[in-house]
Design a protein around this ligand. Sequence first.
Ligand code: NDP
Length: 458
Amino acid sequence: MDLRSDAVVLFGATGDLAAKKIYPALYELTRRGRLDLPVIGVARSPWDDEQLVTAARKSALETHGRVDDEVFDRLAGNLTMVSGDYADPDTYRRLAERLAGAERPLFYLAIPPAVFGAVVDGLAASGLAARGRVVVEKPFGRDLPSSHELNGSLRAAFAPERIFRIDHYLGKEAVEGLRVFRFANRLFEPLWNAEHIANVQVTLAEGFGTEGRAGFYDRMGATRDVLQNHMLQVVALLAMEPPAEAGDDAFREEEVRVLRRVVPLSPESTVRGQYAGYRHEPGVAPDSNTETFVATRLRVDSPRWDGVPFYLRTGKLMPGTATEVVVEFKAPRQNLVPTADGTPTPPNLLRFRLGRGDGITLSIQAKDPGAEVASRPVELPVDFGAALGPRREAYERLLDDALDGRHLRFAREEAIEQEWRIVEPVLDLAEPVLSYAKGSWGPAEADTLAGGGWHAPT
Ligand code: NDP
């Protein structure tokens, strides 16, 4: 089934993800001429078509700043609503009626994981699953066994090639840029190993808190929310071997292969934190031991990375919002040039900014002006947006791919299971989380985890 899907069914049409990401993506795809097909919203809330259109317009406006009426009217003309309980067969009967003219619908499950099972069963029992594709959102389970279980229920209803698991980091152009950087350039690849790299740091910092979703977050924590998925995907891109051949399949296979080489995280090398005041937020257990911050040292058991630590940290209410990778190179073999201030020569750093305003900054030592021959660090920054033009939004690309049945930018089942294997030893630890002040880089104990210290995002 390689033909493009001919309808979109959005379960969770009243939800946060739909509002923040999916309506803006549908609008943008319509604008580009990539979407002119029925879009059916499904929810328990008794919304009518007009409420759906109003919600979609509001989202598109908030995200894009302006809405082109001609474009939006085209989208609005395709939007209809089906309301009902997910456990009620009648909901699927009415949905099937609405889909009578669609041969290949795409079912997008933008719903809480607790209701995935009911919807998948409903789609299977009504016969709708047999002719459709399904998009599921992270989290893919809570651990390895529940991830297996989820995969089992998805596979019982949908053929494997019709299942699309979103880890939206894989849809970010900035993250995809790591593949290009590594394999379309010769310059750094010879240095990309334990001989020349001292450590790799990945920081995913959020300057905001739980944004009214504390109840949901409290059942997740930072490890399940972003470390298990987004951060380990970034590690895979950084650490993988070059694929033996060109092409997406070989690339994705290599990504999975390196995840198999990642040693499970250890509680001793992991610091879990919780920001002060978190336990007072609505929906959070008063004795919650959920981490809103986690920092860890990860090891890739391969000759290329022998002895090179990967330091990972993520947290809420950090000093700012940034996703950055810093590759710290080893010092020059001989110290032939003193530094201007007499301190040891700082390492060359290669920074990948993967969030907004993505780009790369390379720090090198340059000649300090003056009579002496001495070095001083300077930065060579590139802003990819300024150099190359604007990026496309991840959800827009992912929806477009799913409609076409293209798998490259979706998470592989084995990759997800490897990721659960890696984080398993640090899930649900009984040891109390350490408190940290809002606006700080987490508990002080995390500072010393990275031997030479963390490089703050720029
Ligand atoms: P919401 O909590 O906003 O829920 C989505 C919709 O599901 C709600 O509007 C509600 O609609 C319905 N719903 C809520 N609880 C239940 C329930 N117990 N039984 C049946 N229906 C329920 O979720 P999000 O939109 O935030 O997330 C959707 C999915 O996307 C989740 O799997 C989440 O993990 C994932 N995700 C979300 C992100 C985000 O930024 N929001 C980011 C990445 C992934 P109604 O009552 O009208 O049916």
